[in-house]
Design a protein around this ligand. Sequence first.
Ligand SMILES: *[C@@H]1O[C@H](CO)[C@@H](O)[C@H](O)[C@H]1NC(C)=O
Ligand SMILES: *[C@@H]1O[C@H](CO)[C@@H](O)[C@H](O)[C@H]1NC(C)=O
Length: 389
Amino acid sequence: MGSLSTPRPGFASTLLPFLLLLQALAGSTSAVVISLRRRHDSAPQRRRPGFGGADQAVCDLFTGSWVKDESYPLYQALSCPVIDPQFNCQLYGRPDADYLRYRWKPAACELPRFDGVDFLTRMRGKTVMFVGDSLGRNQWQSLICMLGAAAPQGQTQFIRGDPLSTYKFLDYGVSISFYRAPYLVDIDVVQGRRVLMLNNISGNANAWTGVDVLSFNSGHWWTHKGDLQGWDYMGDGGSYYLDMDRLLAFQKGMSTWANWVDINIDWSKTKVFFQSISPTHYNPAEWNNPVSKNCFGEMAPVSGSNYSGPYPDQMPVLRGVIKAMRNPAYLIDITTLSELRKDCHPSIYSGELSPEQRANPDRSADCSHWCLPGLPDTWNQLLYTALFF
Ligand SMILES: *[C@@H]1O[C@H](CO)[C@@H](O)[C@H](O)[C@H]1NC(C)=O
Ligand SMILES: *[C@@H]1O[C@H](CO)[C@@H](O)[C@H](O)[C@H]1NC(C)=O
C-alpha cells in the first residue's frame, strides 16, 4: 500500500511566505518530489471554506433546477486523457448529447462560471485531494479535465498508483490527487481476514496531512453485501463483528473521520469538504417512468427542484456527524441536484461492460457512476464556488 507522508507544516505562519515541503511517495509510486509552495495569496484567507462568502449568505447553492445551456460542456472527452472507460460515455457510443448541455441554477442566485485559469492561479503551489470511493474518482477526473481544458498547452505529470494517484499542472505547481478509501476508515488484515476498523483511520489519514484542500466522500460501500462487500469483519472497540446495522456502522466510521479532522486539521491552512451522498437511478418509479427498468434511455433531467424518490437514509446520519464537529467540514450537498440527473449515468455506455452486458440494459446498466463530461463537472463548479466566492 502506497502512502504519502508529508511533514506537518506547523511552522507555516504568515511570517513564512514560502514553505519547503518534502513529499515522499512510497510504495507503488516510488518518487520523491520537492516543491516550493507559496502558502499565502495576497487576499487574507478565510477561516473556513466558503463560510462568510457574501453570496452564500443569501443563496442556498444546492436548491434550484437544471436549465438548458448550449455553452456547455466545458471540455470534450476526446481532449481529456484521464477519463476512465467506465465514465467515458461518448467514447463508448452514447448517441445523445443533450445531457451535456445543462447548467445548475440555484433558485436565488447564479453560480459563478467555472474558470480553470482562475482556479489554477488561486491554487498556485497548492494541493487538492479527493478521498473516497469511485465517485470521488469520478469527480477527480472531472476536475482534471476542466483544468486541462483551461490550460491545454501546459506541462503536466500523471503519477498513477493505488491508493494514491496524482495529476500535476506543473506550470502552476498545482496537484490534483485521488486517494482511494471507500470507507475512509482503515481496513486492516488480521490473520488473513480483512477487518473494517470503525475506530481507526490513521493508516489512511497519514496521506492526507499537509494537503491544502481535502474533499471527502463515502457512502455506497457501507451498504454493499456479498461479493461487493470490502471486508470480512468489522472491528469496533476491540471486538470483531460479522456484521452490524449498516447505518450504525456508517455513523461510527464517519465519527472516526470527523474526530480525525477535528484533531488534525488546522483550519488556517486546510479546507475540508464533504461531498454528500451521490444517488443512483435503478428505480424508475422514483421519477414516475412506468416503462423503463433503470436509467437506460433517459435523456433529460427531472424538471423543477423536487425529486419524488426517497432521500438517502445516510444523509441525516452524515449531517448529524458533521454538525457535531468542533469545526464542521463544509458539506457540498449534491444529493438532490444529482437525483434530478437520471440522464447523466453511463448506463450501457461504459467501457467496463462486455458486449453481452451492453446488449442487456435492464440487467447491466451502470446507474451509479456519472458520464464525463457530465454531472461531476457541476460538483466541481460548486467546490470552486465554495472555495473562492
Ligand atoms: C491504528 O492504525 C495504525 C496504522 O495502521 C496502527 O499503527 C495503530 O496501532 C492502530 N490503532 C489501533 C487502536 O488499532
Ligand atoms: C419542492 O421543493 C421546495 C423546496 O424544497 C418546497 O418548498 C416545495 O413545496 C416543493 N414542491 C412540491 C410540489 O413538492
